[in-house]
Design a protein around this ligand. Structure first.
Ligand code: SF4
Length: 96
């Protein structure tokens, strides 16, 4: 599995897909300090426009992999994490 740099550009609502939490989150100071600051996947702030995260990605994606739609990215990541896709658990879409 290749190590891929995922560049998550925050939406106009400040949302990104977080691999660690496997959900769409608001990339605010709370998330950065509670999760990103100690996350081994952290790889930068995308030039102040979001967050960069490196992980072994089983999908056939480019490196770097640019993410502008966090919900689409969430769906795509359930395919690799859950063989029972599609998931019917709407709570995973929750934004915190
Ligand atoms: S660095 Fe870790 S905690 Fe922060 S958004 Fe990326 S995967 Fe989530």
């Amino acid at each position: 599995m290749p190590e891929i740099n995922h560049i998550h550009l925050a939406t106009d609502k400040g949302e990104i897909y977080c691999c660690l939490r496997n959900r769409v989150v608001v990339l605010d100071e709370d998330h950065r300090s509670r999760f990103c600051s100690s996350c081994k996947m952290y790889n930068g702030d995308a030039g102040g426009k979001g967050v960069e995260c490196v992980w072994n990605d089983q999908r056939d994606v480019s490196d770097p992999h640019l993410v502008t739609d966090p919900y689409k990215e969430w769906v795509e990541n359930q395919k690799r994490k859950d063989s029972a896709f599609p998931s019917t658990n709407p709570s995973s879409f929750a934004t915190i």
